[in-house]
Design a protein around this ligand. Structure first.
Ligand SMILES: *[C@@H]1O[C@H](CO)[C@@H](O)[C@H](O)[C@H]1NC(C)=O
Length: 343
């Protein structure tokens, strides 16, 4: 609980920093030279399609996906917090993951739904910077949680006797806070770099949320430094967790192969199955969209493809865990029984 409050506090302080910094940098720019430069106050989010007839369909589809995401992940969080059988690191990390999934969807989808409903596709400059900031924080954090979960599985399978000593509550809290801190620094760097860009006449973003790369594309300043930072920090902050995950799983596989009975092998692997599915879904979709983007001809197709990494995994994650994991299934049944008594 302490870790959780610290988390919220950290997010909010950096958020205020972001809100204040446009004022600081505007004054800074004005003082130096570019007085004739127009400061734009909003962007236009073009969305997935501009076909009027498709709008109700897109609206209902995204509303359903949003509700399923929030409901599914909320169930996981409730199941983990109410069932003392699930009070161990693996499920704490899982509920952190679910919480992050809810936040990712909440930064993008509600704004999009409101835009479709009011037929006003604008987003304020501040709103756009906020979306960029939160998406980077949450994505980076999710990426680290997946690595931490892999390390947890490694400790559980390769060092079963020392597991509770290795993954003590102090280390768990520390890992979560450290991941969050790094993610926030990363997001802060990227958002502050965007604040220094100027935008001329083109304010249309071919996307349904403010995506960092799309915003860089429409800027009329030189974005070389921004792009270099994206590659260097992105490569580093994705590369380290991915190598951690690969390392953990090679150790896990080699130690499982040493187990002689088929039943023992199955038991050891079954706790990894859900995690491995989520890892493949997360990296598969984000890397897939990332590498296919240079080959995507139209910006509309690129926008539709981004649904694959910003909406889809967040919606599917709770199902992967609740369908495959016996403990979660039992706990969900108990929780639903309790809710029924309550109503
Ligand atoms: C996230 O993980 C930490 C450390 O294990 C735990 O204390 C906290 O309750 C978790 N937060 C949520 C929202 O589940």
């Amino acid at each position: 609980m302490f870790a959780f409050s610290a988390l919220v506090l950290l997010i909010w302080t950096s958020h205020f920093f972001i809100i204040l910094s446009p004022h600081l940098s505007i004054r800074f720019i004005n003082n130096i030279e570019t007085r004739n430069q127009t400061m734009i106050s909003e962007f236009i989010l073009l969305g997935i399609s501009d076909d009027q007839e498709l709008q109700p369909l897109i609206f209902s589809l995204f509303l359903i996906m949003y509700l399923v995401t929030v409901f599914g992940n909320l169930l996981i969080i409730l199941a983990v917090s109410f069932d003392s059988n699930l009070h161990n690191p693996m499920y704490f990390f899982l509920s952190n993951l679910s919480f992050t999934d809810i936040c990712v969807s909440t930064t993008t989808i509600p704004k999009m739904l409101v835009n479709i409903q009011t037929q006003n596709h604008s987003i304020t400059y501040k709103g756009c910077i906020n979306q960029i900031f939160f998406i980077i924080v949450l994505f980076c954090f999710e990426n680290f949680i997946l690595a931490v979960m892999a390390y947890d599985r490694y400790a559980a399978i390769c060092h079963p006797l020392r597991y509770t000593v290795i993954m003590n509550s102090y280390l768990c809290g520390l890992l979560i806070l450290l991941s969050l801190f790094i993610s926030m620094m990363n997001a802060l760097i990227h958002s502050l770099m965007v604040l220094h860009l100027s935008f001329c006449t083109d304010v249309e973003i071919p996307q349904f949320f403010c995506e960092l790369t799309q915003v860089l594309n429409i800027s009329c300043s030189n974005t070389l430094t921004n792009n270099i930072l994206i590659y260097v920090l992105g490569g580093l902050l994705a590369g380290i967790p991915i190598s951690g995950i690969i390392f953990s799983y090679t150790r896990i596989v080699s130690s499982v192969l040493r187990i002689s009975t088929a039943k023992g092998k199955y038991k050891a692997f079954s706790t990894c199955g859900s995690h491995l599915s989520i890892v493949s879904l997360f990296y598969g979709t984000s890397l897939g969209v990332y590498f296919s983007s240079p080959f995507t001809s139209s910006p509309k197709k690129a926008a539709a493809a981004s649904v694959m990494y910003i909406v889809f995994p967040q919606m599917i994650n709770p199902f992967i865990y609740s369908l495959r994991n016996k403990d979660i299934k039992v706990s969900l049944k108990k929780l639903i029984g309790k809710m029924r008594c309550f109503l």
